[in-house]
Design a binder for this molecule. Sequence first.
Ligand code: R5P
Length: 310
Amino acid sequence: MSPHPPGPLVLCGSAHPDQGVALARGCEGASLVQRTLEAYPDGERRVRLLDDVRGRDVFVVQTLAVPVGDHLLEALLLADACRRAGAARVSALVPYLAYARQDRRQAPGEPLGARVVAESLSRAFDRVVAVDLHSPAIESGFSVPVEHVDAMELLAAQVGSAAGDVVVAPDLGAAKRAERFARALGLPVALAHKSRLTGTDVETSGLVGDVRGRRPILVDDIISTAGTVAAVARELLDRGCRPEITVCATHGLFVGPAAERLQGLPISRVVVTDSLPQNAKGLPVPLEVVRLGPLLGGRVERIHRELTLR
Ligand code: R5P
Protein backbone atom coordinates (compact mmCIF):
# COMPACT_ATOMS: atom_id res chain seq x y z
CA MET A 1 0.00 0.00 0.00
CA SER A 2 1.23 3.53 -0.79
CA PRO A 3 2.50 5.39 2.30
CA HIS A 4 0.57 8.48 1.11
CA PRO A 5 -3.09 7.72 0.38
CA PRO A 6 -4.52 9.99 -2.34
CA GLY A 7 -6.02 13.30 -1.18
CA PRO A 8 -9.69 14.24 -1.37
CA LEU A 9 -11.34 15.17 -4.65
CA VAL A 10 -13.40 18.36 -4.85
CA LEU A 11 -16.23 18.37 -7.37
CA CYS A 12 -17.92 21.76 -7.89
CA GLY A 13 -21.51 22.20 -8.95
CA SER A 14 -22.62 25.31 -10.83
CA ALA A 15 -24.07 27.23 -7.85
CA HIS A 16 -20.81 28.88 -6.74
CA PRO A 17 -17.81 27.18 -8.40
CA ASP A 18 -15.30 29.78 -7.12
CA GLN A 19 -16.02 28.60 -3.62
CA GLY A 20 -15.08 25.00 -4.44
CA VAL A 21 -11.86 26.20 -6.04
CA ALA A 22 -10.98 28.27 -2.93
CA LEU A 23 -11.83 25.33 -0.71
CA ALA A 24 -9.58 22.99 -2.70
CA ARG A 25 -6.77 25.54 -2.30
CA GLY A 26 -7.27 25.53 1.47
CA CYS A 27 -7.13 21.73 1.70
CA GLU A 28 -3.78 19.95 1.58
CA GLY A 29 -3.58 17.27 -1.10
CA ALA A 30 -6.98 18.12 -2.63
CA SER A 31 -7.56 18.28 -6.35
CA LEU A 32 -10.49 19.40 -8.49
CA VAL A 33 -12.52 16.97 -10.59
CA GLN A 34 -13.03 18.17 -14.15
CA ARG A 35 -16.65 17.92 -15.20
CA THR A 36 -19.20 19.37 -17.59
CA LEU A 37 -22.45 20.89 -16.37
CA GLU A 38 -25.20 21.78 -18.79
CA ALA A 39 -28.78 22.99 -18.70
CA TYR A 40 -30.89 21.49 -21.48
CA PRO A 41 -33.31 23.79 -23.32
CA ASP A 42 -36.18 22.13 -21.45
CA GLY A 43 -34.55 23.02 -18.11
CA GLU A 44 -33.13 19.56 -17.33
CA ARG A 45 -29.62 19.48 -15.86
CA ARG A 46 -26.98 17.18 -17.28
CA VAL A 47 -23.62 16.48 -15.67
CA ARG A 48 -20.60 14.41 -16.70
CA LEU A 49 -17.37 13.61 -14.88
CA LEU A 50 -14.26 13.93 -17.02
CA ASP A 51 -11.80 12.61 -14.38
CA ASP A 52 -11.56 9.19 -12.79
CA VAL A 53 -13.02 9.10 -9.24
CA ARG A 54 -12.83 5.31 -8.69
CA GLY A 55 -11.90 4.45 -5.11
CA ARG A 56 -11.61 8.14 -4.14
CA ASP A 57 -13.04 10.32 -1.39
CA VAL A 58 -15.15 12.91 -3.24
CA PHE A 59 -16.63 16.16 -1.85
CA VAL A 60 -19.40 17.65 -3.99
CA VAL A 61 -19.50 21.40 -3.29
CA GLN A 62 -22.89 22.89 -4.01
CA THR A 63 -24.50 25.71 -2.08
CA LEU A 64 -28.26 25.94 -2.47
CA ALA A 65 -28.37 29.36 -4.16
CA VAL A 66 -31.20 30.49 -6.47
CA PRO A 67 -32.52 28.51 -8.40
CA VAL A 68 -32.53 26.27 -5.34
CA GLY A 69 -34.32 23.27 -6.85
CA ASP A 70 -32.01 23.12 -9.88
CA HIS A 71 -28.89 23.31 -7.72
CA LEU A 72 -30.18 20.63 -5.36
CA LEU A 73 -30.96 18.32 -8.26
CA GLU A 74 -27.57 18.99 -9.85
CA ALA A 75 -25.86 18.00 -6.57
CA LEU A 76 -27.88 14.75 -6.53
CA LEU A 77 -26.90 14.04 -10.15
CA LEU A 78 -23.22 14.65 -9.34
CA ALA A 79 -23.45 12.22 -6.41
CA ASP A 80 -25.04 9.59 -8.61
CA ALA A 81 -22.36 10.09 -11.28
CA CYS A 82 -19.64 9.59 -8.62
CA ARG A 83 -21.24 6.40 -7.29
CA ARG A 84 -21.64 4.92 -10.76
CA ALA A 85 -18.00 5.77 -11.47
CA GLY A 86 -16.90 3.82 -8.37
CA ALA A 87 -16.11 6.59 -5.83
CA ALA A 88 -15.34 5.17 -2.38
CA ARG A 89 -17.19 7.93 -0.49
CA VAL A 90 -19.26 10.86 -1.62
CA SER A 91 -19.86 13.78 0.75
CA ALA A 92 -21.99 16.86 0.15
CA LEU A 93 -20.56 20.20 1.13
CA VAL A 94 -23.57 22.49 1.21
CA PRO A 95 -22.53 25.85 2.71
CA TYR A 96 -26.08 27.23 2.60
CA LEU A 97 -28.77 24.62 3.17
CA ALA A 98 -31.96 26.03 1.68
CA TYR A 99 -35.36 24.88 3.02
CA ALA A 100 -33.80 24.80 6.50
CA ARG A 101 -36.34 27.36 7.70
CA GLN A 102 -39.13 24.89 6.91
CA ASP A 103 -38.09 22.79 9.88
CA ARG A 104 -41.53 22.69 11.48
CA ARG A 105 -45.10 22.86 10.28
CA GLN A 106 -46.65 26.26 10.95
CA ALA A 107 -50.14 25.11 9.96
CA PRO A 108 -52.01 21.91 9.03
CA GLY A 109 -51.52 20.96 5.40
CA GLU A 110 -47.87 22.09 5.24
CA PRO A 111 -44.91 19.77 4.50
CA LEU A 112 -41.67 19.49 6.48
CA GLY A 113 -39.51 21.04 3.76
CA ALA A 114 -36.25 20.73 5.70
CA ARG A 115 -36.84 17.02 6.17
CA VAL A 116 -37.64 16.45 2.50
CA VAL A 117 -34.31 18.04 1.53
CA ALA A 118 -32.44 16.21 4.32
CA GLU A 119 -33.83 12.85 3.18
CA SER A 120 -32.94 13.40 -0.47
CA LEU A 121 -29.37 14.40 0.46
CA SER A 122 -29.12 11.41 2.82
CA ARG A 123 -30.11 9.01 0.03
CA ALA A 124 -27.45 10.41 -2.32
CA PHE A 125 -24.51 11.14 -0.01
CA ASP A 126 -22.50 9.41 2.74
CA ARG A 127 -22.09 12.59 4.74
CA VAL A 128 -23.23 16.22 4.65
CA VAL A 129 -21.23 19.27 5.68
CA ALA A 130 -23.16 22.53 6.17
CA VAL A 131 -22.38 25.96 7.59
CA ASP A 132 -24.47 27.56 10.36
CA LEU A 133 -27.61 25.50 9.91
CA HIS A 134 -30.74 27.48 10.67
CA SER A 135 -31.46 25.17 13.60
CA PRO A 136 -29.37 22.30 15.01
CA ALA A 137 -32.58 20.20 15.17
CA ILE A 138 -32.47 19.83 11.36
CA GLU A 139 -29.72 17.26 11.84
CA SER A 140 -32.36 14.78 13.01
CA GLY A 141 -33.86 14.77 9.50
CA PHE A 142 -30.66 13.26 8.05
CA SER A 143 -29.90 9.56 8.19
CA VAL A 144 -26.20 10.17 7.43
CA PRO A 145 -23.66 12.05 9.60
CA VAL A 146 -23.90 15.84 9.44
CA GLU A 147 -20.83 17.99 10.05
CA HIS A 148 -21.81 21.43 11.24
CA VAL A 149 -19.32 24.24 10.53
CA ASP A 150 -19.69 27.26 12.82
CA ALA A 151 -18.78 30.54 11.11
CA MET A 152 -19.51 32.79 14.10
CA GLU A 153 -15.90 33.18 15.25
CA LEU A 154 -14.79 33.96 11.72
CA LEU A 155 -17.50 36.62 11.38
CA ALA A 156 -16.74 38.04 14.83
CA ALA A 157 -13.07 38.38 13.89
CA GLN A 158 -14.05 40.32 10.76
CA VAL A 159 -16.47 42.62 12.61
CA GLY A 160 -14.06 43.25 15.53
CA SER A 161 -14.90 44.34 19.07
CA ALA A 162 -14.46 48.04 18.25
CA ALA A 163 -17.49 47.92 15.92
CA GLY A 164 -20.15 48.01 18.62
CA ASP A 165 -21.13 47.83 22.27
CA VAL A 166 -23.87 45.19 22.31
CA VAL A 167 -24.67 42.12 20.21
CA VAL A 168 -28.37 41.77 19.33
CA ALA A 169 -30.16 38.50 18.50
CA PRO A 170 -33.28 39.22 16.41
CA ASP A 171 -35.26 36.33 17.90
CA LEU A 172 -35.03 33.43 20.33
CA GLY A 173 -33.78 31.07 17.59
CA ALA A 174 -30.75 33.33 17.07
CA ALA A 175 -29.88 33.68 20.76
CA LYS A 176 -27.27 30.91 21.05
CA ARG A 177 -25.57 31.99 17.86
CA ALA A 178 -25.45 35.62 19.05
CA GLU A 179 -24.06 34.45 22.40
CA ARG A 180 -21.17 32.66 20.67
CA PHE A 181 -20.51 35.76 18.59
CA ALA A 182 -20.65 38.04 21.67
CA ARG A 183 -18.36 35.75 23.65
CA ALA A 184 -15.74 35.97 20.90
CA LEU A 185 -15.82 39.78 21.18
CA GLY A 186 -16.40 40.07 24.94
CA LEU A 187 -19.67 42.01 24.47
CA PRO A 188 -23.08 41.76 26.19
CA VAL A 189 -26.15 40.36 24.39
CA ALA A 190 -29.66 41.80 23.92
CA LEU A 191 -32.58 39.78 22.56
CA ALA A 192 -35.34 41.15 20.33
CA HIS A 193 -38.70 39.47 20.05
CA LYS A 194 -39.56 38.99 16.38
CA SER A 195 -42.63 37.27 14.96
CA ARG A 196 -43.03 36.30 11.34
CA LEU A 197 -46.32 37.38 9.76
CA THR A 198 -45.66 36.06 6.22
CA GLY A 199 -42.68 34.82 4.18
CA THR A 200 -41.60 38.43 3.67
CA ASP A 201 -43.06 40.34 6.63
CA VAL A 202 -42.09 40.31 10.28
CA GLU A 203 -42.84 42.48 13.30
CA THR A 204 -41.00 43.04 16.56
CA SER A 205 -42.68 43.31 19.94
CA GLY A 206 -40.08 44.07 22.55
CA LEU A 207 -36.44 43.67 23.42
CA VAL A 208 -34.65 42.29 26.46
CA GLY A 209 -31.37 44.03 27.33
CA ASP A 210 -30.00 47.55 27.38
CA VAL A 211 -29.21 49.19 24.05
CA ARG A 212 -29.64 52.90 24.97
CA GLY A 213 -26.67 54.95 23.82
CA ARG A 214 -24.96 51.80 22.51
CA ARG A 215 -23.90 50.77 19.01
CA PRO A 216 -25.65 47.48 18.20
CA ILE A 217 -24.25 44.56 16.22
CA LEU A 218 -27.21 42.60 14.88
CA VAL A 219 -26.32 38.92 14.34
CA ASP A 220 -28.47 36.43 12.40
CA ASP A 221 -27.99 33.31 10.30
CA ILE A 222 -29.79 34.55 7.17
CA ILE A 223 -30.59 37.89 5.56
CA SER A 224 -33.24 37.11 2.98
CA THR A 225 -35.67 39.97 2.28
CA ALA A 226 -34.08 42.04 5.11
CA GLY A 227 -37.48 42.33 6.82
CA THR A 228 -35.91 41.10 10.06
CA VAL A 229 -32.97 43.51 9.86
CA ALA A 230 -35.27 46.47 9.12
CA ALA A 231 -37.79 45.66 11.87
CA VAL A 232 -35.14 45.02 14.54
CA ALA A 233 -33.16 48.12 13.51
CA ARG A 234 -36.30 50.24 14.01
CA GLU A 235 -36.93 48.63 17.39
CA LEU A 236 -33.33 49.40 18.42
CA LEU A 237 -33.62 53.02 17.28
CA ASP A 238 -36.94 53.39 19.17
CA ARG A 239 -35.10 52.21 22.26
CA GLY A 240 -32.42 54.85 21.91
CA CYS A 241 -29.47 52.95 20.43
CA ARG A 242 -26.78 55.01 18.71
CA PRO A 243 -27.59 55.33 14.99
CA GLU A 244 -24.60 53.24 13.99
CA ILE A 245 -25.71 49.65 13.43
CA THR A 246 -23.56 46.77 12.19
CA VAL A 247 -25.39 43.84 10.64
CA CYS A 248 -23.78 40.43 10.43
CA ALA A 249 -25.14 37.14 9.04
CA THR A 250 -23.70 33.90 7.71
CA HIS A 251 -25.90 33.64 4.64
CA GLY A 252 -26.69 36.77 2.59
CA LEU A 253 -29.49 36.00 0.16
CA PHE A 254 -30.62 39.63 -0.38
CA VAL A 255 -33.75 38.75 -2.35
CA GLY A 256 -37.00 40.59 -3.14
CA PRO A 257 -37.26 43.94 -1.37
CA ALA A 258 -33.95 43.55 0.56
CA ALA A 259 -32.17 46.56 -1.00
CA GLU A 260 -35.22 48.80 -0.58
CA ARG A 261 -35.60 47.77 3.06
CA LEU A 262 -31.98 48.51 3.93
CA GLN A 263 -32.28 51.97 2.37
CA GLY A 264 -32.39 54.88 4.83
CA LEU A 265 -31.41 52.82 7.89
CA PRO A 266 -28.30 53.91 9.83
CA ILE A 267 -26.41 50.72 8.96
CA SER A 268 -22.68 51.29 8.76
CA ARG A 269 -21.64 47.79 7.67
CA VAL A 270 -23.20 44.54 6.52
CA VAL A 271 -20.90 41.53 6.96
CA VAL A 272 -21.74 38.13 5.44
CA THR A 273 -19.80 35.04 4.35
CA ASP A 274 -19.44 33.82 0.78
CA SER A 275 -21.66 30.80 1.52
CA LEU A 276 -23.65 32.24 -1.41
CA PRO A 277 -22.27 34.16 -4.41
CA GLN A 278 -22.24 37.86 -3.44
CA ASN A 279 -22.68 40.87 -5.62
CA ALA A 280 -22.93 44.19 -3.76
CA LYS A 281 -24.42 45.98 -6.76
CA GLY A 282 -27.72 47.53 -5.78
CA LEU A 283 -27.27 47.27 -2.02
CA PRO A 284 -27.45 50.71 -0.37
CA VAL A 285 -25.01 49.71 2.42
CA PRO A 286 -21.31 48.75 2.44
CA LEU A 287 -21.04 44.96 2.13
CA GLU A 288 -18.08 42.96 3.45
CA VAL A 289 -17.71 39.32 2.45
CA VAL A 290 -15.76 36.87 4.61
CA ARG A 291 -14.27 33.95 2.67
CA LEU A 292 -15.13 30.48 3.95
CA GLY A 293 -12.56 28.71 1.73
CA PRO A 294 -9.83 28.17 4.36
CA LEU A 295 -12.31 27.08 7.07
CA LEU A 296 -14.09 24.64 4.75
CA GLY A 297 -10.83 23.43 3.23
CA GLY A 298 -9.52 22.65 6.73
CA ARG A 299 -12.70 20.76 7.57
CA VAL A 300 -12.54 18.67 4.37
CA GLU A 301 -8.89 17.88 5.10
CA ARG A 302 -9.81 16.70 8.62
CA ILE A 303 -12.76 14.57 7.50
CA HIS A 304 -10.67 13.02 4.76
CA ARG A 305 -7.80 12.24 7.15
CA GLU A 306 -10.09 10.77 9.83
CA LEU A 307 -11.92 8.56 7.34
CA THR A 308 -8.74 7.46 5.59
CA LEU A 309 -7.02 6.50 8.84
CA ARG A 310 -9.89 4.30 10.05
C1 R5P B 1 -35.47 33.33 10.61
O1 R5P B 1 -35.78 32.73 11.62
C2 R5P B 1 -34.05 33.54 10.20
O2 R5P B 1 -33.17 33.31 11.25
C3 R5P B 1 -33.83 34.94 9.65
O3 R5P B 1 -34.08 35.88 10.66
C4 R5P B 1 -34.76 35.19 8.49
O4 R5P B 1 -34.73 34.13 7.61
C5 R5P B 1 -34.41 36.45 7.76
O5 R5P B 1 -35.32 36.62 6.72
P1 R5P B 1 -35.71 38.05 6.23
O6 R5P B 1 -34.41 38.74 5.86
O7 R5P B 1 -36.59 37.82 5.02
O8 R5P B 1 -36.43 38.74 7.33
